[in-house]
Design a protein around this ligand. Sequence first.
Ligand SMILES: Cc1cc2nc3c(=O)[nH]c(=O)nc-3n(C[C@H](O)[C@H](O)[C@H](O)COP(=O)(O)OP(=O)(O)OC[C@H]3O[C@@H](n4cnc5c(N)ncnc54)[C@H](O)[C@@H]3O)c2cc1C
Length: 391
Amino acid sequence: MVSYTWITMLPTELTPEQLDIKNAAREFAEKEIPKYSKECDEKEEFPWKLWKDACKLGFVGVFIDEEFDGQGLGYLENALIWEEFHRVDPGCGFAALGTTIGSETLILNGSDEQKSQFLPPLPKGKAIMAIMITEPHAGSDVAGIRTTAKKEGNYWVINGTKTFSTNGSIADYAIILCRTEEHGERHKRFSTFLVDLNTDGVSRRKLTGKLGMRASDTAEIHFDDVHVPDENLMGERGRGFYHIMDFFNRSRTWVAAQAVGAAQGALELAISYAKERTAFEQAISHFQAIQFKIADMATKIEAARSLTYRAAAAIDRGKVSPELSAMAKWYAAKIAVEVTDEALQIHGGYGYFSEYKISRFYRDVKALEIYEGTKEIEKWLIGRRMLGVRS
Ligand SMILES: Cc1cc2nc3c(=O)[nH]c(=O)nc-3n(C[C@H](O)[C@H](O)[C@H](O)COP(=O)(O)OP(=O)(O)OC[C@H]3O[C@@H](n4cnc5c(N)ncnc54)[C@H](O)[C@@H]3O)c2cc1C
């Protein structure tokens, strides 16, 4: 009989090189991640050694050019790695691989000097990055943010508060979206800045008590008269909103890959539990109700995986499609929530306890329907673009 795992590995869409990358990521993830999963989740601790080891083996920031110490690979290869890490554990996968968050837009919009300064430490495991958009009163409404940057001589002075920032309390530097223009079109009042987070006036508070993704650091950051040199303005003044959209159009493919990987991991946990657990004098895998659940889960995952690979491959071909990235992210996150729910259901009462991995997957995946655009925002974007409606 052909095993399900083998079917998903068939090289119908992937080149031999891409399959090698996927297999190498799987091997590393299966061997290394379980050492940290439970403890980092319980203690809400970042897996420092896992991150360093993942960097050493070249799994972090693979889309960064070789010129800047990355691998010069594509978003599809990146998605394959994210998928395999999240299959083993979403929390640690996100923590270790999410350390380059924001570099996607720096690559597109940064100057050569900025790229040379800020990109090389990321894949080498020498620095961690963050991207700070959300504020306490504005998340989905990116253009509703209030943090300001005012020009004073050769400096920009930043004041405001950012929240829910991934890596916020451990990052070395961050891309910060600020309001720089008092007037003008709503989306053209913003600029992005590269900020060293050890600058005077930056204070950070780690946020604890997350439902899931607890190995990943999240923080609130205050900027109190933070002086940033003029050369740290990223890209053109007034284009900050669009720099953030550039980021989302790419980052949504790795969120989709997180979802596919987590759903795959949950399905595999459910399959092995269903084969072991007996009820009414037989393994529960013999009940058609369980077989139908497994069929639904496996089919949804295959559909989400195809969409995810397609969205990532489109970026690599230079055909960035905001709606395709949003479709992949929305659909994959949705089915990850559904699949982990059914996988927990198959575990019965045991699934409700932290001793069983499935309870962690169930908690972790909810975040995928919230960050990088909520599911409502994704659907809004897709619908508007289908209809040709501007806002
Ligand atoms: C674990 C985690 C990590 C994160 N990491 C980062 C990070 O690194 N950097 C960063 O900047 N932010 C980050 N965020 C923040 C995240 O991007 C925001 O939480 C998200 O964009 C939603 O914003 P909000 O929480 O302000 O919700 P709101 O925008 O207030 O939305 C509340 C509800 O209203 C709905 N809603 C809003 N507008 C509409 C609309 N037009 N139509 C229909 N429904 C709508 C939303 O979908 C949601 O259901 C992170 C969040 C989490 C949970």
